[in-house]
Design a protein around this ligand. Structure first.
Ligand code: ZN
Length: 429
């Protein structure tokens, strides 16, 4: 492979920023990925229809509009599956069903609840908007449509320091009291539903329900003395989802069945029908195997011959708090993809799967870093060991190093974005 230049990495990171800006919710991320796949000649399959699959062709399936699995079947018989899994969701605030709340007889606020473990303090005092999907009835059937208000619409104002002298001493936030966004003056009462309906191009009274969430209405950017960093909302985990998809599209995909999976609801435990704990991956692989004429034993042989990379961002050493990192395994921004290890097996990496990934990256000159939690600080969880409970392939947890995970705006490395595209391309080649 040719040498990876800073210029290539910057362009790759700019394309990532654009993708994230166009993907304010999992519904948008999945629909944008489906469009990319369609552009590249992939055929959409539907779970409620019969599947006809031919060799030498690519397919994709979505579930709930918020999870997507794409795969490519090589012309010659395969040697197992090559799978990269990531997630489409990020911590945010969901808008409740009956959302408008009057405040002090003067303002209208929106009623929200937390989705996932976000850093609440980062959501104050910045332009917010609303996106997601609406479900509506038309001609006796229920349809869904993605919506994105896509303008500065809301703010969660912080309380002035003069009214809260302990504002800088650490805070415990109460979502129901402290985090309700300001929507308008009292004259705007009743407007929210209309605004959503207008955006969807449907009558307001046809809306039956919605999955709507807040998002920061500001595009990511590249920054740093030498433009070496990237800041954007939702880097966890769209940075992994998008880079692995680029690698999937550009890899040769000749020896194995190449599979790219993006699950929803990782931030709330993966336990939904579109999450990593669901049968989605198993269903797609077994149906594909059957459509190709494979027996159950053949499927199990293929699974035994497979590798799954669970790609979810990890923590870089924090410049202000370096003592929070492990004394030795300390990933940095732009240091390359990170292999994550955990003695309690919350990460599924072991010696064999780590060796496989290191060897793969070494062959292309891609640096690899390692992450472990400090032994006295419990870490987060991810989707690797959850998805392997459904499809028991050899697996490793990887990710890109980032700062400010679960902040409304996260920080990553420009070179890392390009390293991951390369590593994924190699994996699928
Ligand atoms: Zn994540």
């Amino acid at each position: 492979m040719s040498e990876l230049t800073k210029e290539v990495a910057e362009n790759t990171s700019k394309a990532l920023i654009e993708f994230i800006w166009d993907s304010p919710t999992p519904y948008h991320a999945v629909s944008n990925m489906a469009a990319l796949l369609t552009e590249q000649g992939f055929t959409e399959l539907y779970e409620n229809e019969r599947w006809e699959i031919s060799r030498g062709h690519g397919y994709f399936v979505t579930r709930n509009g918020s999870a997507i699995i794409s795969f490519f079947v090589p012309v010659s018989p395969e040697q197992g599956y090559r799978i990269i899994a990531s997630h489409s969701d990020s911590p945010t605030f969901k808008i409740k069903e009956d959302p408008e709340i009057p405040a002090d007889g003067k303002y209208v606020q929106l009623n929200v609840e937390a989705y996932g473990g976000m850093m609440m303090g980062t959501w104050f005092d910045r332009p917010l908007s609303v996106a997601g999907r609406v479900a509506y009835a038309s001609d006796g059937r229920v349809f869904t449509k993605n919506v994105d208000i896509d303008r500065d619409l809301l703010v969660i104002p912080s309380l002035a320091i003069h009214m809260d002298r302990s504002a800088n001493d650490g805070h415990k936030y109460n979502v129901q009291k402290d985090l309700l966004p300001l929507f308008g003056e009292m004259s705007s009462a009743g407007r929210f539903r209309k605004l959503v309906a207008e955006n969807a191009g449907i009558p307001a009274d046809s809306i039956l329900s919605w999955d709507l969430m807040l998002y920061p209405h500001s595009e990511g950017s590249i920054f740093g003395a030498d433009n070496e960093f990237i800041m954007s909302p939702r880097l966890d985990d769209l940075q992994c989802a998008w880079t692995s998809l680029q690698g999937f599209l550009n890899g040769k995909k000749e020896q194995h069945i190449s599979v790219h999976a993006v699950f929803d609801n990782e931030e709330v435990g993966s336990g939904t029908r579109q999450g990593a704990a669901s049968t989605f991956l198993y269903d797609v692989l077994t149906r594909m195997n059957r459509a190709l004429g494979g027996t159950e034993e053949y499927f199990q042989m293929n699974v035994a011959d497979s590798y799954l990379l669970s790609a979810d961002n990890g923590h870089a050493v924090h410049p202000n708090n370096p003592e929070k990192a492990d004394p030795k395994n300390r990933p940095v921004l732009n240091g390359g993809p990170v292999l994550k290890f955990a003695g309690n097996q919350k990460y599924c990496t072991d010696a064999v799967s780590a060796a496989f990934f290191r060897d793969l990256c070494k062959s292309a000159g891609i640096p690899v870093q390692t992450y472990t939690n400090r032994s006295d600080i419990p870490g987060g969880s991810t989707l690797g060991n959850i998805s392997t409970s459904q499809v028991s392939a050899r697996s490793a947890d990887i990710g890109l190093a980032q700062l400010a995970m679960h902040s409304v705006c996260e920080v990553g490395g420009v070179m890392d974005t390009a390293y991951m595209v390369r590593a994924a391309k190699l994996f699928y080649t």
